[in-house]
Each structure stands twice: as structure tokens, then as C-alpha cells.
Design a protein around this ligand. Structure first.
Ligand SMILES: [Zn+2]
Length: 145
């Protein structure tokens, strides 16, 4: 799934569950549930073109900016931002795994990466965008309440 829905869901979880000992791990786990949801993310594969990297950076910046602006003034804004980041951390772990060859020798990371790839439910753009927008809107409703 794109970063913006992951970020928004992680932020919404951190906003909705007051105990960070519960909300932050839940935000991390939410990543896998969203990856199991039919989605479109372009299925980028290495080596990444500049256009793909730029699009991913824009996507991430969009989600992070929306969350930053909505959560301004919330007493737990740092936790909300951390929840958003943790909801995207699984992708960063996979990116590191792909690009740091020494990590490929660590068995648990190999299994993690294989699992992360296996659970993806990629669908065509027209359907995947609908699930991404719907997920984002629900998360926004929880974040902005
Ligand atoms: Zn993922």
C-alpha cells in the first residue's frame, strides 16, 4: 500500500489508543494488515527509477504533512507522529534488507522479508486507489476527531 494510508492509520491508532505501549506496537502491526488489503502501490522493484523514488518521497511527505498539520496542538502529537512512522517501518526494514547485502545473511530478516512480500495483495490501479482512499478517509476521521 502507499505510504499515506499507512501513515494515517498509524497516526489514527496512536490518537485513538491513549496508552503508547499498546498503540505503538499496534501501529507497527497495522502495516501488515494494510498490506493484506487489496491495494495498488505500483509494485516497485529495484533498481528504482528516479520517478519512483520521487513519487514515494512525495507520497510520504504528503501523509506526514497531513498528520503534522491535523495533530498540531494535540498533547500527544509526538506519539501520533511516532505511530505514523512505525506504521511505515516495515517497508523501511525491507528496503534496508534489499540494499544492505550483509542483512541478507541474517535468517530472521530473510524470513521477515519473504513474509512481507508474500502477504501483499496487489490489485489494479482503479481498485487499489479506492481502497487506499477509503482507508485514508476512515483513518482521517479517527485522527481529526
Ligand atoms: Zn509493506
Amino acid at each position: 500500500m502507499l505510504s499515506t494510508p499507512h501513515l494515517l492509520v498509524g497516526a489514527a491508532i496512536a490518537r485513538s489508543i491513549p496508552n503508547p505501549a499498546i498503540s505503538l506496537p499496534a501501529a507497527f502491526v497495522s502495516h501488515f494488515l494494510l498490506d493484506m488489503t487489496p491495494h495498488w502501490d505500483g509494485s516497485p522493484s529495484a533498481p528504482y527509477k528516479k520517478k519512483v523514488i520521487g513519487g514515494a518521497a512525495l507520497d510520504y511527505a504528503l501523509g506526514a504533512t497531513i498528520i503534522f498539520l491535523i495533530s498540531r496542538g494535540y498533547p500527544n502529537q509526538p506519539i501520533i507522529l511516532l505511530g505514523a512512522f512505525l506504521a511505515t517501518l516495515p517497508d523501511f526494514i525491507s528496503i534496508l534488507f534489499r540494499h544492505v547485502s550483509r542483512l541478507g545473511k541474517i535468517g530472521i530478516l530473510k524470513k521477515y522479508h519473504k513474509y512481507h512480500l508474500k502477504i501483499q495483495v496487489n490489485v489494479r490501479f482503479s481498485i487499489g486507489v479506492i481502497t487506499s482512499i477509503a482507508t485514508s478517509l476512515v483513518a482521517l476521521a479517527f485522527l481529526a476527531r
